[in-house]
Design a binder for this molecule. Structure first.
Ligand code: ADP
Ligand code: MG
Length: 246
């Protein structure tokens, strides 16, 4: 047995003939935060989407909680209840209230009791300081508020692993901090296991247990968080950090 929640071995991914991911291997332990860094187009989103079954992979293997993932739609559908994901664009259903957005999957997919989930949801909304907005519609919320709701919606499933892909990238600067604070709290208070793609280097430096630095679909280095920001192993990563004003 291993305490790794997720393990990726020699993963290759193609878009048509073109190889987007090359021989990706890494693991993440329970409670650990892995940050994916790298220039635009390096494959961060492709990798994170592959870990959630949103992209097919050609060869290699993914293990979740020690079990090899059979990459068929049914398996991924089940796994997505344990692997929460939040993207850059908060894809809330516009015709549903905040509360109904949150209730939808736990009730319809997980078959949980609606009142139980509602209680859960209100607690989570408290945590992100949006309890007052339970009956609002997404259009009545700011981008930052919508993104906090998207996080709550994922958490309402009680995931074992959370994936965040540039969740603050399309937010106004004053909204960014509130969203990052919630993610940091998830790590500090709940010991949530997370894989995070971000361009917020100060945030990444604070939260990352481990950094995977990608370029051209390859992991150029895998370095403990603190070490990466102080002494990256590769010149390419040092240059990247410089370009990010870090
Ligand atoms: P990042 O998130 O690091 O910016 P992506 O994973 O989005 O990078 O993209 C990695 C590479 O894969 C890029 O060259 C991108 O153009 C290409 N790519 C991403 N999605 C697709 C797709 N659906 N079809 C073809 N190429 C894609
Ligand atoms: Mg991306």
């Amino acid at each position: 047995m291993t305490d790794e929640i997720l393990k990726v071995e020699h993963l290759n991914k193609f878009y048509g003939d073109w190889q987007a991911l090359h021989d990706i291997s890494f693991g993440i332990k329970k409670g650990e935060v892995v940050t994916l860094l790298g220039p635009s187009g390096s494959g961060k989103s492709t990798l994170i989407r592959t870990l959630n079954g949103l992209e097919e992979f050609k060869d290699g293997a993914i293990y979740f909680q020690g079990q090899k993932v059979t990459p068929d739609p049914k398996t991924w559908q089940a796994l997505r209840q344990k692997i929460g994901m939040v993207f850059q664009s908060y894809d809330l259903f516009p015709n549903l209230t905040v509360m109904d957005n949150i209730l939808l999957a736990p009730v319809k997919v997980q078959g949980r009791d609606k009142e139980d989930v509602r209680k859960d949801a209100l607690e989570l909304l408290d945590r992100v300081e949006l309890r007052d907005h339970a009956d609002s519609y997404p259009r009545q919320l700011s981008g930052g508020q919508k993104q906090r709701i998207a996080i709550v919606r994922a958490l309402a499933m009680h995931p074992e692993l959370m994936l965040f892909d540039e969740v603050t990238a399309s937010l106004d600067p004053e909204m960014v901090r509130g969203v990052l604070k919630i993610i940091k709290e998830l790590s500090d208070r709940d010991n949530m296991t997370m894989i995070i793609v971000t361009h917020e280097m100060n945030f990444a430096a604070k939260i990352a247990d481990k950094v995977l630095f990608l370029e051209n679909g390859k992991i150029l280095e895998e370095t403990p968080g603190k070490e990466f920001f102080d002494h990256p192993q590769t010149a390419r990563a040092a240059e990247f950090l410089n370009s990010m004003d870090f």
